[in-house]
Design a binder for this molecule. Structure first.
Ligand code: GLA
Length: 670
């Protein structure tokens, strides 16, 4: 549970007051006159933090061993003089042309053997020894040159590791995979047992015989697929650690991070695992313009980012001021939407608001991506909103370092995401994030905060714990969840949870093997629903995606399926456990069904909204020692009542009780 005490701000904030504000800065794309204007406009906007040099390797080292630092020296000196701090990048995210020409073996290879060439970005495999030698080389040169620079506040390692390509299938990757497997299993017998290779004659006599799960005639061994996913996440992190080692040696006092892509769509990296090696969590988030509920997806991603950060404040390293350029149709943000988005991230734990990018490029494939300074310059709606946001963030300085308060936990596990969605399962419609998002949405609409918690982390203090399609679980996870129920939490477990162990071996004796005892149910056979079909429930609700033949064994049936062949079979059950309870959900309820279920669960757990408010207002509370801040973000087109008493930090006056249409109030409670 989020602790209410003020924690020391991460080291990155030491030289920065309040909420940091800025974005990616790519001055190498502009002449000196524009770079001078940048400084003026940054001052006007209140910018105090920039990421610099992310894609600059080719200009910093135009040929092997020949460096040109003149432009970067000037930029950093000017920023320092203007009081702007920098997250300096390692410049490694786009290898220079001379390196690819000399060492084409650094290029990524896909599962079908395609080599991905240069001319774009991120064209390297993290397991290439040659690439690592050159990447640590430029990192070390940069670190030595700028280690004492007054602008340097944070290292920005590479950029969005795993973006575009997150799994690599070349020969060097295969060798690294084999070495990883050998460390994991110790012996080939242990690997054969884990992968169940007695099936389909997949037995291995030595690690040398093993390949990555490259293109194959039919479905691949699930153990091999799952381990390759684990390995791929690890390989990217191991590359980060190689660069980090250089930075730590040269600049032990400077914190380092890399910008993650935490969202409801990014599956390939186990960010809970990565988080232990980042000094501060940094995230990039982009809205999907076509999603009418994009602000709810934003909340999901921001809450998950806070979960990855273990509840600590984090950096929003990138989002967009308006349109992006990489969706099929790139709509601008509506007036006021950028402010709402930005403060929604702050409401959910961000202590920095940054954008891609400072100035909109005039050339290259991102020239139609919005920026803080648009093509039209300062006399534009976007720049004026950027100035307004800068002023708003300055008023939120007291919020810095405070923590979001939540009494609901949703258990979240990247390994479960990978394993749940492996092929050859009962239904391809069981998508890991979907049920979680449905619950999160319902809680969002009620103004109830949610923490995402890794299954091995403490669940102490949470009144409601939701466990959705947690297909693969270790015994320790089962014990963790059961002890939350015994200690008094209302725990709900959904279908397709606890089916297998960490090795993807079925827990025998009836599903859900891991949770049978806790839930007091036994499932005999799955009945996944056909595409688009539904099943009626005795409480008037409707289920989709899943149904199954459940027997109660100590639990009470709260509702049942009402259709052949499961007529009368439980669809929702409850079992009292210690001071709490364990519920089992055997289908995916429709919207009304989720609402009714969430009502019951919150009532039983005694959890209510952050404040009483009209519909359409997003609510969270951040607490620091002795202080409490309510964020009220009105996504509706009508003024809304929100019952909180205190001072509005944004207006500097007593909060009136109303949040204007499309507006935001940040109320320091009395
Ligand atoms: C990512 C990258 C940026 C930029 C943006 C565009 O987040 O890190 O360099 O390409 O996407 O949305």
């Amino acid at each position: 549970m989020s602790s209410q005490e003020q924690t020391a701000p991460p080291a990155v904030w030491r030289n920065l007051d309040g909420i940091a504000y800025g974005g990616d800065y790519n001055p190498e794309q502009w002449p000196a006159s524009v770079r001078l204007e940048d400084l003026e406009l940054m001052k006007e906007a209140g910018v105090n933090f920039l990421s610099v040099g992310i894609f600059s390797w080719g200009l910093l080292e135009p040929s092997e061993g020949e460096y040109d630092f003149a432009w970067l020296d000037e930029v950093l000196d000017n920023l320092a003089a203007a009081g702007i701090k920098v997250a300096l990048a390692t410049a490694t995210a786009s290898p220079p042309a001379w390196l690819v020409r000399k060492h084409p073996e650094i290029l990524p290879v896909t599962a079908d053997g395609t080599v991905l060439g240069p001319g774009s970005r991120r064209h390297y495999t993290p397991s290439s020894a040659v690439f690592r030698r050159y990447a640590t080389g430029i990192t070390s040169v940069l670190a030595e040159r700028y280690k004492d620079h007054p602008a340097l506040a944070l290292w920005h390692v590479d950029n969005e590791l795993g973006c575009h390509v997150s799994e690599f299938y070349g020969d060097e990757d295969a060798a690294a995979f084999r070495a990883w497997l050998e460390r994991r299993y110790g012996s080939i017998d242990a690997l054969n047992a884990a992968w169940g290779t007695a099936f389909w004659s997949q037995h291995y006599s030595s690690f040398e015989e093993i390949q990555p799960p490259r293109a194959a005639p039919s479905t691949l061994n699930p153990g091999q697929q799952l381990d390759f996913q684990r390995f791929s996440s690890w390989a990217l992190m191991d590359y980060y650690l190689a660069l980090l080692a250089v930075l730590r040696e040269v600049t032990p006092g400077v914190p380092a991070t890399t910008n993650l892509m935490v969202s409801s769509a990014t599956k390939s990296m186990d960010y809970f695992d990565w988080s232990k090696d980042l000094d501060v969590i940094a995230n990039d988030h982009y809205l999907v313009a076509a999603d009418p509920e994009r602000h709810i997806e934003l909340a999901f991603s921001a809450d998950l980012t806070r979960g990855v950060a273990g509840g600590d404040p984090w950096i929003l390293m990138e989002h967009s001021t308006s349109a992006v350029n990489w969706q099929p149709r790139n709509q601008p943000k509506m007036p006021g939407e950028m402010l709402r988005n930005s403060l929604a991230h702050v409401a959910r734990g961000a202590d920095a608001v940054m954008f891609f990018q400072w100035r909109q490029s005039f050339a290259g494939s991102e020239k139609f991506h919005s920026a803080m300074v648009p093509h039209g310059g300062r006399e534009t709606r976007v720049f004026q909103e950027v100035v307004g946001l800068g002023a708003a963030l300055q008023k939120l300085a007291p919020v810095r370092g405070s923590r979001v308060e939540s009494r609901v936990a949703i258990v979240f596990d990247y390994e479960a995401w990978w394993a749940t969605e492996l092929d050859s399962h009962p239904s391809q419609d069981v998508k890991y994030p979907e049920l979680l998002r449905s619950f999160h949405r319902s809680l969002f609409l009620r103004g109830v905060s949610v923490d995402f918690v890794h299954p091995t982390a403490s669940l102490e203090g949470y009144g409601l714990v939701l466990v959705c399609t947690l297909y693969n679980v270790a015994d320790a996870v089962v014990a963790n969840i059961a002890s939350a129920a015994r200690a008094g939490a209302t725990v709900l477990v959904s279908y397709f949870s606890g089916i297998v162990d960490e090795q993807d071996h079925v827990r025998l004796g009836g599903y859900p093997g891991a949770f049978r005892e806790l839930l007091g149910v036994r499932v005999e056979e799955f009945h996944p629903l056909l595409a688009g079909s539904t099943v009626k429930l005795s409480d008037g609700g409707v289920g989709s995606v899943w149904s199954e033949h459940v027997h109660v064994n100590g639990a009470d049936a709260i509702s049942t399926f009402t259709e052949y062949p499961l007529d009368g079979i439980p669809a929702l059950t409850r079992r009292p456990v210690g001071a709490g309870s364990a519920w089992y959900l055997a289908t995916f309820p429709d919207g009304d069904g989720i609402e009714a279920l969430v009502d019951r669960l919150l009532t039983e757990a005694g959890i209510s909204a952050v404040a009483e408010a009209d519909h359409g207002v997003e609510l969270t509370r951040r607490r620091a020692e002795g202080r409490s801040f309510v964020f009220a973000i009105n996504h509706s087109r009508a003024d809304a009542t929100v019952r909180v008493a205190g001072a509005d930090l944004l207006t500097g006056e007593r909060y009136t009780g109303k949040v204007p249409a499309g507006g935001v109030a940040v109320i320091e409670e009395d």
